[in-house]
Design a binder for this molecule. Structure first.
Ligand code: 5GP
Ligand code: ZN
Length: 110
């Protein structure tokens, strides 16, 4: 892990970030600057820089991430109203933390 990676620090509990979910592979926490009433970050514990760095060995990790997204959406009560899942990829794609994470965004009144 690069020692300047904020999400590695969060994963390793070096910050006081509260986890909404944790298992051996992922953590989930609230985005510090929420773009909507529900804005979670789903983060694999292993350090992967971005979607560009995914390999065939990450297939089950990525599959599991989407299943976790559906579970968290249900827990947050937005599964039926709907939500967005977003990966920002590299600088031009809006990525600012270079440790793979999936945004789960929802909870608007529509
Ligand atoms: P990116 O633009 O890299 O896809 O998203 C990074 C996200 O991490 C941003 O939405 C930002 O608000 C969030 N973030 C940055 N620093 C922290 C932090 O220290 N704690 C939490 N919970 N979220 C953070
Ligand atoms: Zn990292």
């Amino acid at each position: 892990m690069p020692d300047d990676c904020l999400f590695c620090k969060i994963v390793n509990k070096e910050t006081d970030t509260r986890f909404l979910y944790e298992d051996d592979t992922y953590v989930v926490f609230k985005d510090i600057r929420p773009a909507a009433p529900v804005h979670l970050l789903l983060v694999p514990k292993t350090h992967i820089r971005s979607v560009n760095d995914l390999t065939p060995s990450h297939q089950s990790l990525v599959g599991g991430l989407f299943q976790l997204a559906a579970k968290m959406a249900k827990e947050q009560g937005v599964d039926q109203s709907g939500y967005k899942l977003l990966f920002n990829v590299e600088k031009g794609g809006g990525q600012v933390i270079f440790h793979l994470h999936l945004h789960l965004i929802g909870g608007w009144q529509r």
